[in-house]
Every structure is written in C-alpha cells, then in structure tokens.
Design a protein around this ligand. Structure first.
Ligand code: FES
Length: 188
C-alpha cells in the first residue's frame, strides 16, 4: 500500500482513529477489534478526500521530515509552530499513527490529537490550520471552543470535554514528542 489510510472505529463508548501504513493490521476501540487486510495495488481504499472529514494532513505546511537524522522524536523548531493556527504532525508507534496538532502560545507549546470530542472523526485542523480566536481553538464543524492552554471545551456541543492531550516538550528551541505512547514524530 503506497498511501496511508485513516481508519476510525466508533463504539458506544469510544472512538479510535489511526493511520494505517501496512497492508493488514487491526484497530481497537473499547471491546471492539477490527482486523483488516488490503489486497491488490489499488489505492481506492484511501481516504476519500472529503475536505470536511479527513483526520489530518496539512499539505499547506512544508515537510520537515526530520531529514537531519537527529532525534526521531523531534517534531519541528518552536518558531515554526503558529500561535494563530495549528501545525499537523503524526505521532507514530510501530504501525500505528495518530494525527496530532501543535499550537504555540508565547514560549509554550501544546499538542493534542487532531480530533474533536463532539465527533471524533472531525479534525480540528482539516488541512489548512485550525481556527484560533483569542485564547481558544474553534472547531470548524459546529463551533466548539477549546481553551488553548488545557484543551478544555468551554462552549459548544461538547462543553466540559477536552481535547486528547499529547505530551511534548521544548528543548534547545525545538519541539519534541515526549508522550510515551509513541516512539517517533513525523511531518508530512
Ligand atoms: S464536530 Fe466539532 S463541534 Fe461538532
């Protein structure tokens, strides 16, 4: 399979979205496990390109790719993280990839899964950067507003819920993925 495929499994209690890079594997959400296998060379199973619903991808951002061969957990230099929008990256753990967003506030940076708690298949950043108004990130779909420091939804259909936080840290002017659920970060 030449292109990754985003797979979302929804159960009553949980929604799990992962990016698949292999021809077969499995996705777990709650007690549900979905096993899949792609055959043939067709890319027809790839994401359908609907701009309203992809789980990530931000083609407007230039690739970084960690080409300097340094720490695979390095995401990007802090100065490249927008404070008026978001930057997409992928947190990887073996076959599993989770689409994430980075946002800067002054000298601080925060990362979350690129997924709205109201409808987890909806990315906060659909590929052109998430909407930021004042101190809040705003979901483009139904307008939920999230505090940009802790990701808690203060207004909208998922008020009281929070974005799924991804642990990152700043070191020597660069942002690194330090969340132990993942082993490396990738930009596209
Ligand atoms: S999907 Fe984000 S507010 Fe509805």
């Amino acid at each position: 399979m030449s292109d990754p495929v985003d797979v979302t499994v929804d159960t009553d209690d949980e929604s799990e979205s992962v990016r698949i890079h292999d021809d077969d594997g499995e996705v777990e959400a709650g007690d549900t496990t979905v096993r899949f296998s792609f055959s043939g060379a067709s890319n027809d199973q790839a994401a359908d390109g609907d701009d309203e619903t992809p789980t990530g991808g931000n083609d407007e951002h230039p690739p970084d790719g960690n080409d300097d061969g340094d720490d695979p957990r390095r995401i990007v230099e802090l100065d490249s993280v927008p404070s008026d929008s978001t930057l997409v990256f992928e947190a990887r753990d073996g076959r599993r990839g989770v689409n994430c967003i980075l946002h800067r506030s002054g000298d601080a940076v925060a990362a979350w899964r690129n997924s709205c708690p109201h409808q987890p298949e909806v990315p906060l950043d659909p590929g052109r950067g998430a909407i930021v108004r004042g101190d809040r990130l705003v979901c483009h779909k139904h307008g939920a507003q999230f505090e940009r420091d802790d990701g808690v939804c203060t207004h909208g259909p998922c008020a009281g819920d929070a974005l799924d936080s991804i642990e990152v840290t700043i070191r020597d002017g660069d942002v690194y993925l330090t969340d132990e659920r993942f082993e490396r970060a990738e930009r596209r």
